[in-house]
Design a protein around this ligand. Structure first.
Ligand SMILES: NC(=O)c1ccc[n+]([C@@H]2O[C@H](COP(=O)([O-])OP(=O)(O)OC[C@H]3O[C@@H](n4cnc5c(N)ncnc54)[C@H](OP(=O)(O)O)[C@@H]3O)[C@@H](O)[C@H]2O)c1
Length: 224
């Protein structure tokens, strides 16, 4: 039987490249997006799921659909994330709240009921960012985005403690990737989404210690 991976934010960028990579590696992929339609993307082993992490009702509907259609999930990749305040310096309430709604609260409340569906020795991978590392932060930009990824890292730690010996949990930095999370990334990003997806896949196939934070670009562990 094929292993099942659930990837949030599979409509573009890193999530879409990851969905393509996992399909090529013979996984069954459940991929989420807000409008359920993913351009030029059809595959017999791909299940498209509507999910808006900023909306409680949408999260509940997604749970119902998952529990109705799937008995077990091997891997949950919490990839969906936004950065409306990337490269800005003064916090602004609306984008701050939206960032936390999606990157933190939405991710947590989407994950919680799914834990019982995740197979013994399965994996939860939270797509975080080096920008959320407290240890290496020397800059002053992107307040909500950085804080949201620090908070996500704390969730990684808490899940690790709770799920000890049952499910492996990690945070990963996908590299600086050419996506539209912010327009300038298309020009300045170092990696294509496909390169980032390959690195993340390689990370997943290696043994890693639960409760760790990794830079998938160079395969090294990051400080929290
Ligand atoms: N690109 C980088 O250099 C970089 C670096 C470090 C970390 N990251 C992290 O990598 C992850 C993927 O980023 P990306 O660069 O691939 O971004 P992206 O191209 O903008 O893709 C973001 C994905 O998140 C989904 N999404 C957006 N709002 C959502 C919501 N309210 N509810 C559910 N899904 C939502 C989008 O789907 P729809 O819009 O179709 O719903 C899309 O599939 C993020 O967590 C990001 O923080 C990226």
């Amino acid at each position: 039987m094929k292993k099942v991976v659930l990837i949030t934010g599979a409509s573009k960028g890193i999530g879409k490249a990851l969905a393509e990579k996992m399909l090529n590696e013979n996984f069954f992929v459940i991929g989420t997006s807000r409008n359920r339609k993913i351009k030029n993307f059809e595959h017999q082993n791909f299940y498209s799921l509507r999910l808006d992490l900023s909306n409680t009702e949408s999260i509940e509907k997604a749970h119902k659909e998952i529990f109705k259609n799937f008995k077990q999930i091997d891997l949950l990749i919490n990839n969906a994330g936004i950065g409306p305040d990337l490269d800005t310096y003064i916090p602004e309430k609306e984008s701050f709240n939206l960032t936390f709604d999606v990157n933190v609260a939405g991710t947590v409340f989407f994950t919680e009921p799914l834990i019982e569906l995740i197979k013994e020795r399965g994996i939860i991978l939270n797509v975080s960012s080096k920008m959320g590392s407290l240890n290496v932060c020397e800059l002053t930009d992107s307040i909500a985005y950085r804080m949201s990824k620090s908070a996500l890292n704390m969730y990684t730690k808490i899940l690790t403690n709770r799920l000890k010996d049952k499910i492996k949990v990690a945070s990963i930095h996908p590299g600086w990737v050419k996506t539209t999370i912010i327009e300038s990334n298309l020009k300045n990003g170092r990696l294509t989404p496909q390169q980032s997806a390959n690195n993340i896949f390689e990370f997943l196939t290696n043994e890693f210690e639960s409760g760790t934070f990794w830079n998938s670009e160079n395969g090294t562990e990051l400080l929290w």
